[in-house]
Write a protein that binds this ligand. Structure first.
Ligand SMILES: *[C@@H]1O[C@H](CO)[C@@H](O)[C@H](O)[C@H]1NC(C)=O
Ligand SMILES: *[C@@H]1O[C@H](CO)[C@@H](O)[C@H](O)[C@H]1NC(C)=O
Ligand SMILES: *[C@@H]1O[C@H](CO)[C@@H](O)[C@H](O)[C@H]1NC(C)=O
Length: 596
């Protein structure tokens, strides 16, 4: 009898398999991640951070990241007046840094090149164009033309000499695609609730922001910290949240009158060399009140997210910070906690019987009647063990964290160190690394270098762009960090910090790593990858609210929402005598561009 029943169960599961009803189960044989060997990339050489050397550069890179189950197939290239124009296929889950080198000098106006891609197994195409615009203050530009996917066009300037522009694409034919030309809705976690709800937070991947409140210099302490060497972000906490950040490295100090330690001039974000040194060198950024207001504005507009705020420092400094730290009294800690209680959607009474990294995403997202969680984690100089779970304020030790800081000045030293660290932890299955890992994808230049070249340039030229090839190719479905912490999140072009001028590489990377990369690991994702389901829309909420957009964003920020369908910026209509094709053929007379 029992045997018969077992046979019946076996037969029905065989029938399920045969009839394809296992669409909801992740199966190893469905994996699409490619293990192709990718060409090595190149880091920006240090001398190119020098603006004069950078301006003389003729070499640039266009990095393409594929977080889809389809290969990006290069259909062809042509280039004119280029010494190098080396594009290639981008397999599933991988990134390719494509080098280009202009032959011409600054006076060459007609140099140009185009690379045409199709997304295998779909009718989608995109084109990458490199051109010079002379005269112009930003003559070397690249156009990412995704109009063939209904995702618009955007013209970028290279952020520096020998620097890269990156394109990140995720989604699938069934699911729909999204790309890094523009930010998507603020609630990226909520929108994939059904994809991530059963994953412990140690199986999520999220952007983080380093020295998160240092988006301006507020001069509340008298010190030499300047925008160049002390400011780490271009946009405030609200826009960092919209740009995808869910982990905040927030360093808070109180500022006290020089002649009276009891006169507290308020709580400020601080960035100093050492908050407990007798002389602290640095400056202050946003006020704690600003930070609270920005968090609340975001969570009101975007309920249902998980936001971690790691609170560091938590000491006072005199306005002239030359006499050591002022340890907070019990009354000051109470006052500080009182201010934290004005943060909405804190997570009260979290279950502390296991590390916070082990709770499922839904545990946090469902909190506060589905409004989600702002998890406050203390990691400063308060008494050890000080916390207040009834207020949603916890000691950092509640979460099992591996936080790795490379402390290197050059991205070429930092990147392999970060990749090596996250590759040493396996995700999912019996050997699952049980912790929550923070990759600090940032460099630590000395005071002279940061003052000369600015933290902003260090972030947007060598460091952040290297995440999209060195970082991405250092990941696979079993190896990734939980937080990718950066300086100057969203900033692509120097000093362009308006929301519309930001670019969404980090946002799209985070969405794609959760949707695609982690979903290809069947020990992490029990359900079939949302990108492979027959009903591609299963798993993501409110896709209908997404407004289709096929406009153009120019390098100067001008946006055209409804361009004529024939308008493709930088497109070459006639290939000139001397044009070189990807297969090496050189044109001997003008001809119409065959790819149009
Ligand atoms: C920006 O560039 C576009 C295209 O080159 C041009 O039409 C527009 O006038 C420019 N806008 C500004 C504000 O310079
Ligand atoms: C090289 O590519 C061009 C453009 O696709 C094509 O017209 C030409 O026939 C190719 N030449 C060879 C030798 O394959
Ligand atoms: C194309 O350029 C070559 C080299 O400059 C020249 O010899 C040739 O005459 C040109 N062909 C035409 C049709 O103009």
């Amino acid at each position: 009898m029992r045997v018969l029943r077992l046979l019946a169960v076996l037969a029905s599961s065989a029938w399920l398999l045969a009839s394809g009803q296992t669409d909801d189960v992740c199966r190893a044989q469905d994996r699409t991640y490619s293990t192709d060997t990718m060409p090595a990339g190149t880091y920006q050489p240090y001398d190119k951070l020098n603006p004069i050397m950078g301006a003389l550069s003729t070499k640039f890179y266009v990095t393409v990241v594929n977080l889809t189950p389809h290969r990006f197939v290069l259909e062809g290239t042509h280039s004119y007046q280029m010494d190098e124009f080396s594009f290639g296929d981008v397999p599933q889950g991988r990134a390719r840094q494509n080098p280009v080198k202009y032959r011409g000098t600054w006076s060459t106006r007609d140099d140009a090149g185009e690379a045409y891609y199709r997304i295998d197994g779909t009718d989608k195409r995109f084109a990458l164009r490199v051109k010079s615009y002379i005269p112009s203050s930003n003559p070397r530009r690249v156009v990412l033309d995704l109009s063939g996917m209904g995702l618009g066009q955007r013209e970028y300037v290279f952020p520096g000499g020998d620097a890269a522009v990156s394109l990140v694409i995720t989604g699938s034919h069934r699911f729909g695609f999204q790309a890094s030309l523009r930010h998507g809705p603020g609630n990226w976690m909520r929108r994939m609730y059904n994809v991530i709800r059963d994953r412990p937070v140690r199986h999520l991947i999220m952007p983080g922001t380093h020295d998160a409140g240092m988006s301006r210099i507020s001069d509340k302490i008298v010190s030499i910290g300047s925008e160049e060497n002390t400011q780490n972000q271009g946009v405030n906490i609200y826009d960092q949240l919209r740009a995808g950040s869910r982990w905040f490295d927030l360093r808070i100090g109180s500022v006290h009158a020089n002649d009276d330690a009891n006169r507290n001039n308020g709580y400020w974000v601080m960035h100093v060399n050492n908050e407990v040194a007798s002389l602290a060198i640095g400056n202050t950024g946003e006020s704690l009140d600003d930070v609270v207001g920005e968090l609340n504005r975001f969570t009101t507009e975007n309920p249902g997210e998980i936001i971690f705020v790691a609170l560091r420092y938590l000491v006072g400094r005199y306005e002239f910070p030359d006499r050591g730290p002022i340890r907070w009294s019990a009354a000051m800690v109470d006052d500080f906690f009182h201010r934290l209680r004005s943060i909405h959607n804190r997570c009260l009474h979290l279950d502390t019987s296991t590390g916070f990294q082990n709770h499922r995403a839904s545990y946090y997202m469902d909190h506060n009647e589905g409004k989600g969680c702002v998890v406050l984690l203390l990691n400063g100089h308060l008494d050890p063990g000080r916390e207040s779970p009834a207020d949603g304020i916890y000691h950092m030790g509640r979460m099992g964290i591996r936080d790795h800081w490379s402390n290197r000045m050059h991205a070429s030293d930092m990147a392999p160190d970060q990749v090596g660290t996250w590759r040493s932890y396996t995700r999912g299955g019996g050997s699952d690394h049980g912790g929550f890992t923070i990759a600090q994808w940032l460099v630590t230049p000395d005071a002279v270098a940061s003052t000369a070249y600015s933290l902003q340039n260090f972030a947007i030229q060598p460091t952040n762009p290297s995440l999209y090839w060195a970082g991405v190719n250092g990941m696979d479905p079993e190896h990734w960090p939980n937080v990718l912490m950066v300086d100057y999140i969203g900033v692509q072009q120097r000093d362009q910090w308006g929301w519309d001028r930001l670019s969404a590489e980090m946002y799209t990377l985070a969405v794609g790593l959760n949707l695609y990369m982690a979903s290809e690991n069947c020990d992490v994702a029990k359900r079939r990858s949302p990108l492979l389901r027959r009903d591609g829309t299963v798993g993501v909420e409110s896709r209908d609210s997404e407004v289709p957009w096929n406009g153009i964003i120019f390098a100067n920020g001008t946006t055209v929402d409804d361009p004529p369908p024939t308008l493709h910026i930088g497109r070459v209509e006639v290939l000139r005598n001397g044009t070189v094709f990807g297969n090496g053929t050189v044109l001997e007379q003008n001809m119409p561009n065959p790819w149009l």
